[in-house]
Design a protein around this ligand. Structure first.
Ligand SMILES: Nc1ncnc2c1ncn2[C@@H]1O[C@H](COP(=O)(O)OP(=O)(O)OP(=O)(O)O)[C@@H](O)[C@H]1O
Ligand SMILES: [Mg+2]
Length: 381
């Protein structure tokens, strides 16, 4: 199938949906560009499935508007929307062959037999299952069944392809293969896609933009690198990736940690001068063995735990202030460290998010100590 550029331009305007007292969608507004892959991430119950169902028309919103290619489709029957959905459970028809499953949507649309047979063949070729067309679904693996579900969606040439955790029932290796395949097919067909997942790595790998949701509200919609490096708020910063919370003093857009200066992101809620907490990524922390006497005590700490993770190492450090700090460093650098050792801490001067100061940073960011006697147990200090 050649790229016919079918993807739609989508605008969700102030969508609201309540179930009893639960706000499944809370003033959800965003725009998706033609042919874009948007990945929705967020904790369970934050409204991801509800957003997909609202867009595809499987559910009516309480208020708000859905605009597709400039047309208001909020009240349009789902069958009339040129959209297709793929679910976590493949939901194929067990009494139909693979070919019949893929043809089903075209049959409903009353496409002549010859044409729909050819289109279903093409779709099965796209997902690498052309030679399995006469099988029944129970004769296929989970990954193959999800490919059939994908072919069944793609054959409709949907202008919006909605995928609700399509890979979560599959094992890790198949997931990676299939996510790359979904991305390739989505780019090839040009559909605008809305992909829901729980898996951050999956999101970072396939998304043009990631939407992070919480309590029915969209927290941020941005490119993966921006979500990671320039989180809009504390929730996004802590939900995506790892970070340590370090007490700092903000002065004119710069966070001071002892004698270190770290710029503060413009998105920071706490930009005014005074005490704050900054969120620092583990790879932005470097540790040095030699502790210069002249250095501010706040920039020193004690190694608590060392974890070798193959290509990288994670070091838990307790700062003099009692704050726990995670550093991700080269394994070769980690080899010279031992628990109990004093280290000097360097924070990369890359912009960080500053938030209101925790009353008790040690409690807000407790050091995780593994049980005594294990190889990773910290030395007594
Ligand atoms: N049909 C329904 N009746 C009542 N409450 C519902 C219904 N559908 C969803 N909800 C509630 O709305 C909220 C959002 O649900 P939704 O299914 O959109 O979450 P989600 O982000 O997809 O979660 P998960 O990651 O667990 O799939 C939840 O609190 C859920 O309990
Ligand atoms: Mg869901």
């Amino acid at each position: 199938m050649e790229n016919e550029n079918v993807g739609a331009e989508v605008k969700l305007i102030d969508l609201n949906k309540k179930y009893g007292e639960t706000k499944a969608l809370d003033h959800l507004s965003c725009e998706f560009h033609r042919g874009e892959m948007i990945v929705l991430l967020g904790p369970s119950g934050c409204g991801k499935t509800t957003a997909l169902r609202a867009l595809t028309g499987l559910m009516q919103v309480d208020s708000g508007q859905i605009i597709v290619n400039g047309r208001d489709i909020t009240m349009m029957n789902p069958a009339k929307r040129n959209m297709a959905m793929v679910f976590q459970q493949y939901s194929l028809f067990p009494n139909m062959t693979v070919q019949e499953n893929v043809e089903f949507g075209l049959r409903v649309r009353k496409m002549p037999v010859e044409q729909r047979t050819r289109k279903a063949r093409e779709a099965l070729e796209m997902v690498g299952l052309a030679d399995q067309a006469s099988k029944y679904t129970h004769q296929m693996s989970g990954g193959q069944q999800q490919r059939v579900a994908l072919a069944r969606a793609l054959v409709l040439r949907p202008e919006v392809l909605a995928l609700d955790e399509p890979l979560s029932a599959l094992d890790a290796k198949v997931r990676v293969q299939l996510r790359e395949e979904i991305r390739r097919l989505q780019q090839q067909t040009g559909s605008t896609a809305l992909f829901v997942t729980h898996d951050q790595e999956e999101a970072l790998a396939v998304a043009d933009r990631i939407g992070v949701m919480k309590d029915g509200k969209l927290q941020q919609l941005a490119e993966p690198w921006r979500i990671y490096n320039e989180p809009a708020n504390e929730f996004v910063a802590t939900f995506i990736g790892e970070s340590s919370r370090i007490p700092a003093v903000i002065r004119d857009g710069v966070a001071l940690v002892g004698d270190q200066q770290v710029p503060v992101l413009g998105t920071s809620s706490k930009r005014s001068n005074g005490k704050a907490t900054i969120l620092v990524r583990p790879e932005a922390v470097q540790l040095q063995l030699a502790v210069e006497e002249t250095r501010n005590a706040e920039n020193c700490g004690t190694v608590k735990e060392i974890q070798f993770l193959g290509s990288t190492a994670k070091i838990q450090v307790e700062m003099v202030s009692g704050t726990a700090l995670t550093a991700q460093i080269n394994p070769s650098e980690a080899m010279v460290l031992v628990p109990g050792q004093r280290v000097s801490i360097q924070i990369e001067p890359k912009a960080v998010l500053a938030v209101a100061r925790d009353e008790n940073p040690a409690r807000a960011n407790p050091i995780k100590i593994v049980k005594k006697g294990s190889a990773l147990a910290p030395a007594a200090v």
